[in-house]
Design a protein around this ligand. Structure first.
Ligand SMILES: Nc1nc2c(ncn2[C@@H]2O[C@H](COP(=O)(O)OP(=O)(O)O)[C@@H](O)[C@H]2O)c(=O)[nH]1
Ligand SMILES: [Mg+2]
Length: 303
C-alpha cells in the first residue's frame, strides 16, 4: 500500500465477488468430478485470466490432486492459489539509486488512466521525499497539457509544456534540462495516446525514447504502460504494440476497482511477460497501490 486511498483488497471486491470468491464453493461439494474442473475453468476464463493460462493451470491442479490426493477443499484452493502466484512470478521493481535523475516514461492509449496515473505516481514519489517534475509530452491534444497542469497545481509540482502541436521530443529535451537545473530527482513524462495513425503514434514514442536516451544513457529507468483493467483482453493487444515500440518494463494497471475481471492481471503476466508494478484502485490521487503478487492473490480469495 502506498497511497492513503483505497487499498488493493478493496479494489478487488468485484472480482472477488463475481469469480474467485466462488472457487472455494466449487470444491466444497461432492467428489472432484469432471464438472467441477469445467466450472473452475469457466470461472477463470470469465475472470479474464486467459484461455491458455487457465487450461494449463487447471490441468496442473488436476494432476496434482490426482497424484498427491488433495483431500480437502482447502487443499485444492491452496493449490489453485499457488499456481496463480507462480503465473505472476517475481515482480521486483527496478532498484533505484539515490543519486541522479530518475526518468519515468508513461505510455498508453487515451482514456486508459494515464494522466490520473501520472498524478498518482507524482504524489507517491513526493511522499518518498522526492522532487518531482512533469513533462507534457502529449502535444497532440491541447487539453492534455492543461489537465496535467491542474494536477500539478494541486500537487505543488511544475510542468514543462510547449504549444499544442509542437515537437514532443523538444518538450522532453527541455524537461530533462529543467530537472537538472531545478534539482528535481524524478521526471514523469506524459505522452500522446492517439495520433492520426497508430504507426505515427509508435514512431513518436520511439523518438521520445531516443531523445531521452541521447541525453541520459541509462534513462528512462522506467517505461510504464498504463492499461485499463476494464477493457479486458483488448488491453493485451494494445500492450503488444507499445511493447514493440518502446522498451516497456512495467505495467500500471488502472481501474482495477472498476472491473469484475481482475484476472486480467494473470493474462498480462503470462502473455506479455511484463511485470505489473502499480494498480489504480479508484479515481482519487491517493488510490494507487504497489503491486504485490502475494497480497493480490490473497485478496482475490479473502472473505
Ligand atoms: N475507478 C477508477 N477510475 C480511474 C482510475 N484511473 C483513472 N480513472 C478514470 O478514468 C478516466 C480517464 O482517466 P485519464 O487519466 O484522463 O485517462 P488518459 O486519457 O489515459 O489520460 C477518468 O475519468 C479517471 O478519473 C482508477 O484507478 N479507478
Ligand atoms: Mg491524458
Amino acid at each position: 500500500m502506498i497511497g492513503r486511498g483505497k487499498n488493493i483488497e478493496q479494489s478487488l471486491s468485484r472480482t472477488r465477488r463475481s469469480f474467485f470468491g466462488r472457487i472455494g464453493g466449487l470444491f466444497s461439494q461432492t467428489d472432484l468430478d469432471e464438472r467441477v474442473w469445467e466450472e473452475l475453468e469457466e470461472l477463470l476464463i470469465q475472470a479474464d485470466v486467459g484461455v491458455t493460462t487457465t487450461v494449463d493451470l487447471v490441468q496442473a491442479v488436476r494432476d496434482e490432486s490426482g497424484a498427491q490426493g488433495l483431500r480437502t477443499p482447502s487443499h485444492v484452493v491452496e493449490a489453485v492459489q499457488q499456481r496463480l502466484l507462480a503465473v505472476l512470478g517475481n515482480a521486483s521493481s527496478p532498484g533505484r539509486s539515490q543519486e541522479g535523475l530518475w526518468v519515468i516514461l508513461v505510455v498508453g492509449v487515451n482514456g486508459s488512466g494515464k494522466t490520473t496515473g501520472i498524478a498518482k505516481l507524482a504524489k507517491y514519489h513526493q511522499r518518498h521525499g522526492r522532487r518531482v517534475l512533469l513533462a507534457a509530452g502529449d502535444t497532440f491534444r491541447a487539453a492534455a497539457a492543461d489537465q496535467l497542469k491542474v494536477w500539478a497545481r494541486m500537487l505543488g509540482t511544475d510542468v514543462v509544456a510547449h504549444q499544442p502541436g509542437s515537437d514532443p521530443g523538444a518538450v522532453v529535451y527541455d524537461a530533462i534540462k529543467a530537472s537538472q537545473a531545478r534539482d528535481a530527482d524524478t521526471l514523469i513524462v506524459d505522452t500522446a495516446g492517439r495520433l492520426h495513425t497508430q504507426y505515427n503514434l509508435m514512431q513518436e514514442l520511439r523518438k521520445i525514447h531516443r531523445v531521452i536516451k541521447k541525453q541520459m544513457a541509462d534513462a528512462p529507468q522506467e517505461t510504464l504502460l498504463v492499461l485499463d483493467a476494464t477493457t479486458g483482453q483488448n488491453a493485451l493487444s494494445q500492450a503488444r504494440y507499445f511493447k514493440d515500440a518502446v522498451d516497456v518494463n512495467g505495467v500500471f494497471l488502472a481501474k482495477l476497482d472498476g472491473t469484475a475481471k481482475g484476472g486480467i492481471v494473470f493474462a498480462i503476466a503470462s502473455e506479455l511477460g511484463i511485470p505489473i508494478r502499480y494498480v489504480g484502485t479508484g479515481e482519487d490521487v491517493d488510490d494507487v497501490a504497489e503491486f504485490d503478487p502475494e497480497r493480490f492473490v490473497a485478496g482475490l480469495f479473502a472473505e
